[in-house]
Design a protein around this ligand. Structure first.
Ligand code: HPA
Ligand code: ZN
Length: 345
C-alpha cells in the first residue's frame, strides 16, 4: 500500500519536480547509465567494446532511432542476473522519485534478454522486486509493460507473449517498440488481441519515425489505450481530431525527439501546438541515460525551449496522472496533491 505521508509533494518550488506526476514512457534498459554499464561488466566478467565511461558517453550522439538502438542493445550485454535487473530498476526508481514521479509504468524488452540466454524469470523477478519495494523505499508505485521488438516480427512476439503469460501477474500490459519504419502495427494485431483477452493493457510506439497511418493502425487494429510518441500525428488533421475526441494519451519524449532527430531543436518541438490542439499530451524521458535527462530535465527543457508556463506544466502533470493505469482511488490521491494550494512555507 502507498503511504500517503510519503506521497506529499514538496510544494514550495514552481519547478515541475514539485508537481506529482506519472512517468509512462521509460525503457528501463534506457536508464542504464554508463557508470553502471562498467560496474555490471566488472561484476559479470563481460568484455565491453568501449575504453571507459567517457568513451561510452562520447558515443551518445545519434543520427536516428536505428543508430541509438545499436548502442542501446550493445550496452544491455552487461545485464545478466536477477540482481542486475533489480539494481537497474532500483536506480531508476530512486532517481524518478526525486523528480516528483509518484507512479511509473516501465517498459522492458524481454526478447533483448532472452535472446542472449538470460532467463525471463531473472528479468521479471529482478525488476519486480525493485518495484515491490518502491512504495516503502521511494514513496512511489510502478508497474511493468513488456514490449515486443517489432523488427523481430509477429511470430517472435507471439512466442514472447506466451512466455510472459507464465508471469501474468508480473506485468500490467504490453507495448511495441524498436525499429518502427517497415514494421507497421497491423503485423501485430493477433498478438495484441491475445494480450487484450488476458486483460493486459495495450500501448504501442507509433508516429515517432513512422507515418500517421501507423498511429491509425495502432488505434484501430491493436486497440491501444495510449500512443507512445505520436508526434507525427500532427501531419494528419483527421487523426488529430480523432485523438482529441477520444482523448487518447500521447507519451511524448522531448529530449529523445531532439537526440534522435525527430525534431531538429527543442525550440521547434511541437508540444505547445499539441497542447493547444487539445491533445492529451504527457512528458516522459524514454531512455534517460542516453538522451540527456530524466523526466524533470524534459519538463525543464520544453518549458525553456518552447516557453511553457507553470499552468502548462501542471496540465502536463495532470495529463500523466489521468493517463496512468491506476485505480481511481490512487489516481484521486495524486490529483488532489497536484491540485492542493501551494504551501507558502
Ligand atoms: N523508440 C523505439 N524503440 C525504443 C525506443 C524508442 O524511442 N527506446 C528504446 N526502444
Ligand atoms: Zn520509447
Amino acid at each position: 500500500m502507498l503511504d500517503p505521508a510519503n506521497l506529499t509533494a514538496r510544494r514550495a518550488q514552481p519547478r515541475s519536480a514539485a508537481l506529482p506526476k506519472a512517468e509512462l514512457h521509460i525503457h528501463i534498459e534506457g536508464s542504464l547509465e554508463a557508470d553502471m554499464v562498467f560496474r555490471l561488466a566488472a561484476r559479470n566478467g563481460v568484455q565491453l567494446p568501449f575504453a571507459g565511461v567517457e568513451d561510452l558517453r562520447a558515443r551518445y550522439s545519434f543520427s536516428n532511432l536505428g543508430s541509438f538502438l545499436e548502442l542501446y542493445y550493445s550496452c544491455m550485454a552487461v545485464l545478466r542476473t536477477e540482481e542486475d535487473f533489480f539494481d537497474l530498476a532500483d536506480a531508476y526508481l530512486a532517481r524518478a522519485s526525486k523528480d516528483g514521479v509518484r507512479h511509473a509504468e516501465i517498459f522492458f524488452d524481454p526478447q533483448a534478454h532472452v535472446s542472449r540466454g538470460v532467463p525471463l524469470e531473472a528479468v521479471v523477478d529482478g525488476l519486480g522486486a525493485a518495484i515491490a519495494a518502491a512504495p516503502s523505499s521511494y514513496g512511489m508505485s510502478a508497474g511493468l509493460i513488456a514490449c515486443f521488438l517489432r523488427d523481430k516480427g509477429p511470430d517472435a512476439a507471439m512466442d514472447t507473449l506466451d512466455q510472459l503469460l507464465h508471469h501474468r501477474d508480473a506485468i500490467i500490459g504490453v507495448g511495441l517498440d524498436s525499429a518502427e519504419v517497415g514494421y507497421p502495427p497491423a503485423l501485430f494485431a493477433d498478438v495484441f488481441a491475445k494480450a487484450r483477452a488476458q486483460d493486459l493493457h495495450c500501448v504501442a510506439h507509433a508516429g515517432e519515425e513512422g507515418p500517421p497511418s501507423y498511429v491509425w493502425e495502432a488505434l484501430d487494429l491493436l486497440c491501444v489505450e495510449r500512443i507512445d510518441h505520436g508526434v507525427r500525428s500532427l501531419e494528419d488533421p483527421d487523426l488529430v481530431m480523432r485523438l482529441v475526441d477520444e482523448q487518447v494519451p500521447l507519451t511524448v519524449c522531448p529530449l529523445s525527439n531532439v537526440r534522435l532527430k525527430v525534431v531538429e531543436r527543442i525550440e521547434e518541438h511541437p508540444i505547445a501546438a499539441m497542447l493547444e490542439a487539445g491533445l492529451a499530451v504527457t512528458v516522459n524521458s524514454d531512455d534517460p541515460a542516453y538522451f540527456g535527462g530524466y523526466v524533470e530535465d524534459n519538463f525543464t527543457a520544453v518549458a525553456a525551449g518552447v516557453g511553457l508556463d507553470s499552468q502548462a506544466l501542471r496540465t502536463l502533470a495532470r495529463n500523466s496522472l489521468q493517463a496512468a493505469f491506476l485505480d481511481e482511488t490512487t489516481r484521486k490521491i495524486h490529483l488532489d496533491h497536484l491540485d492542493a494550494p501551494a504551501d507558502p512555507h
